[in-house]
Design a binder for this molecule. Structure first.
Ligand SMILES: [Mg+2]
Ligand SMILES: [Zn+2]
Length: 237
């Protein structure tokens, strides 16, 4: 059962945390709290469809796992600031998802503001911190190109995800889930779905965007993880 980690660990994971979302303000939180019925139904369905299956949770980086630096890039490990409860959220979600892959645009490399080695060092750092929590990331899929280069891999184009799925054929493509804080992450999920027949989307933070609705929306990765944990527990009885 793919949810085996959740019931035991769930209480201890949430017991010492706040359910507030510290990184968001001025938002219509009623539309994306974990108790919102539409969100609950969507997440419940995601859990049921994926139980006992092999699939991948694709997670955007900046603004979801770590604080986004507006107008600049995370260029060093020192710049990488974990969002509150993001590590705990990844631990919980990793207990649910058979695969976990980070998908990120890092145009700072294409601009020459940082090197590929800098980026590798940051992701090594992220993996090593997560390892202390028992969390393994299956991969970091990165587009380093300038937006102007019109490459195939820059989100919302689906290449980063399609490539990973092609290299990991045991992961059922249309059970993929994409979690991100940008409109382009939701569009990415759509573009992947158009190619493989499905890809659920979770919007973190930001405004509720009626023209580009995700399947479910939460203020933070932690709020999404809490919903998965609670509903998973209910489903398991
Ligand atoms: Mg982002
Ligand atoms: Zn690219």
């Amino acid at each position: 059962m793919s949810l085996q980690v959740i019931p035991g660990e769930f209480r201890s994971l949430i017991s010492c945390s706040s359910t507030q979302s510290p990184n968001m303000s001025n938002t219509r939180s009623s539309q994306r709290s974990s108790s919102d019925p539409a969100n609950q139904r969507a997440v419940q369905e995601m859990i049921l469809e994926r139980t006992g299956r092999e699939w991948c949770l694709f997670v955007d980086r900046d603004g979801v796992i770590n604080r986004r630096i507006v107008g600049d890039y995370v260029r060093t490990c020192e710049d990488f600031e974990w969002l509150p409860n993001a590590r705990r959220a990844l631990r919980l979600l990793r207990g649910w998802a058979p695969h976990l892959v980070v998908v990120t645009n890092q145009q700072g490399v294409g601009k020459g503001l940082m090197s590929n080695d800098d980026l590798v060092a940051i992701h090594d750092h992220v993996q090593s911190v997560l390892s202390t929590d028992g969390v393994r990331v299956d991969g970091f899929q990165v587009c380093q190109h300038l937006e102007a280069a019109k490459c195939n891999c820059r989100k919302p184009r689906p290449e980063l995800i399609l490539k990973w799925l092609a290299n990991n054929p045991s992961s059922v493509p249309d059970l993929s889930i994409m979690v991100g804080d940008s409109r382009s992450d939701i569009q990415l999920a759509r573009n992947v779905a158009a190619e493989v027949g499905g890809c659920a989307s979770i919007r973190i933070g930001g405004r509720v965007d009626p023209e580009n609705m995700a399947d479910a929306s939460f203020d933070s990765l932690w709020d999404f993880a809490v919903a998965v944990g609670k509903l998973g527990e209910e489903i398991e009885g």
